[in-house]
Ligand binder design. Structure first.
Ligand code: CU
Length: 481
């Protein structure tokens, strides 16, 4: 088991190394592309995350304002130098896990994909020291921020790209407020994961105030079975993530009944995502340009978050229960684009296969998971699973074996019940993704939560408090390891 204390210590070492290196940087208006920074400790193991401890430099929100919670993504640490908030950002390979057992080699910031959340206050002066540890040039763009031209991070037009091993220091004053983000401005690097939230709280808090403020980054990936590296050239995507996790692995958002909730959603990918919440109506209160300056907003329960857009939604959580919050595109509610998994993974699939568009690639003729339904699209792997795999269906009420329906543990009792219907493939993994935040959820919930899907839990105070206790208990245990 990984130890959060060990991770924390490694995070500190990394930050300290970067901070030490920062003192050697020349003034930002001279040579922006400094010589390679001293080698920081490697922070690329699969589970390393940046420190989750309270950043040095004090609270980052004004009194009475809720801090933004970004489930499964840490906050970006910072410190003060001459009245400037200084952030050290390392751009690097990050080994991550979309859901248990699905390892991915992506690119991220400070050991996290997406990168740690930057949270500042309108009027702050910020210095962002960016070290490029990628094997190729990089530059950072501050999406939506009105910065001096030479700070805009556009390789070629406003700065030279930062070479591998190089550093660039960005510095500006934030004069806006709202939901912004930082990202690589190389198109294919965007599809390797290089994005993070840049939240700017207003000097005068928004009204009405919210009790909970969440941030979520939507991303999509093209990763073939048995591969860990995203194909940034691809035009079709088989993994959809929220804050770097595919459903059901994203930590649910917990709120107490009656609380006012804001969710900030940012999309950077190749598709637009209609984000839908169950059981509630919300209002869109902000965009990637900032706060909406009018009360004349319409009630909705689905908001289209286009590529490169941000949408803030707000609602009163007055309907108790566990509610899905998800992209409503059908293919974005799946993991691994299930119908193609079987043919791609067949052990003898190197030969030409009869799969065709007219045959529906196994949907119209034959079986999508059967031997006759190979793709013949040049993407066979010739490794992996046996040829024809019985697939599990959603658990049924009254199935006495439901509680054992966990992958890798037993043969799924109802597998193959509906042969040829890959749309009925579900994997229940309640135990694999269990954490305090999933405590008390209905057994089997994880089977219906896939792809760009997560859960908003509107809880009665006693259950909410019980889960807080479980979280504290877990944190204590982790600290002792
Ligand atoms: Cu979508």
């Amino acid at each position: 088991m990984r130890s959060s204390r060990r991770l924390f210590l490694r995070g500190v070492v990394s930050v300290a190394g970067a901070a030490g290196a920062a003192t050697a940087v020349s003034a930002q208006h001279e040579d922006h592309t400094a010589p390679p920074a001293p080698q920081a400790p490697v922070t690329t193991s699969r589970s390393v995350r940046a420190s989750r401890e309270t950043p040095i430099g004090g609270p980052q929100v004004l009194p009475g304002v809720a801090e933004v919670v970004t489930p499964d993504v840490p906050k970006m640490p910072w410190h003060i130098e001459d009245g400037v908030k200084v952030f050290n950002i390392v751009v690097e390979h990050v080994g991550t896990e979309f859901l248990p057992g699905r390892f991915v080699d992506a690119w991220g910031f400070n050991g996290s994909v997406p990168g740690p959340t930057i949270e500042v206050i309108e009027g702050d002066r910020v210095r962002l020291v960016v070290d490029n540890k990628l094997p190729e040039p990089f530059s950072m763009h501050w999406h939506g921020l009105e910065v001096p031209n030479e700070m805009d991070g556009m390789p070629g037009i406003s700065q030279d790209a930062i070479p591998p091993g190089g550093r660039f220091v960005y510095e500006f004053t934030v004069r806006q407020n709202g939901t912004f983000f930082y990202h690589s401005h190389m198109a294919m690097q965007e599809m390797m994961g290089l994005i993070g939230l840049f939240i700017i709280h207003p000097r005068r808090p928004y009204t009405p105030r919210v009790d909970r403020d969440f941030g979520i980054i939507l991303q999509e990936w093209a990763i073939l079975p048995n591969n860990t590296i995203p194909n940034s050239l691809a035009m079709e995507f088989n993994w959809l993530t929220m804050n770097g996790k595919a459903g059901p692995a994203m930590t649910p958002m917990l709120v107490k009944i009656g609380e006012r909730v804001r969710i900030r959603i940012v999309n950077l990918g190749m598709d637009h995502h209609p984000m839908h919440i169950h059981g509630h109506q919300f209002y869109v209160t902000g965009t990637e340009g900032g706060r909406i300056q009018t009360d004349a907003v319409q009630p909705e329960n689905t908001v289209l978050v286009g590529v490169a857009q941000a949408r803030d939604i707000e609602f009163v959580a007055n309907n108790p229960g566990d509610w899905h919050f998800h992209c409503h595109l059908p293919h974005h509610m799946m993991n691994q684009m299930a119908s193609m998994v079987g043919p791609l993974m067949m052990s003898h699939a190197n030969t030409m296969r009869p799969g065709s568009m007219t045959g529906g690639l196994g949907i119209v003729e034959g079986r999508a998971t059967g031997e006759s339904a190979g793709t013949a699209l040049g993407r066979d792997l010739a490794v992996g699973a046996a040829a024809d795999r019985p697939v599990p269906n959603m658990p049924f009420a009254g199935n006495p074996q439901l509680s054992f329906l966990q992958p890798g543990r037993v043969e799924v009792p109802n597998q193959g019940m509906f042969p040829g219907y890959p749309q009925d493939m579900f994997v229940v993994m309640d135990d694999l993704v269990a954490k305090p935040e999933t405590y008390g959820m209905r057994r089997g919930w994880s089977g219906g939560t896939m792809g760009m899907m997560t859960v908003v839990r509107v809880l009665q105070p006693d259950l909410f408090d019980r889960i807080q206790e479980l979280k504290e208990e877990q944190a204590r245990k982790a600290a002792q390891q």
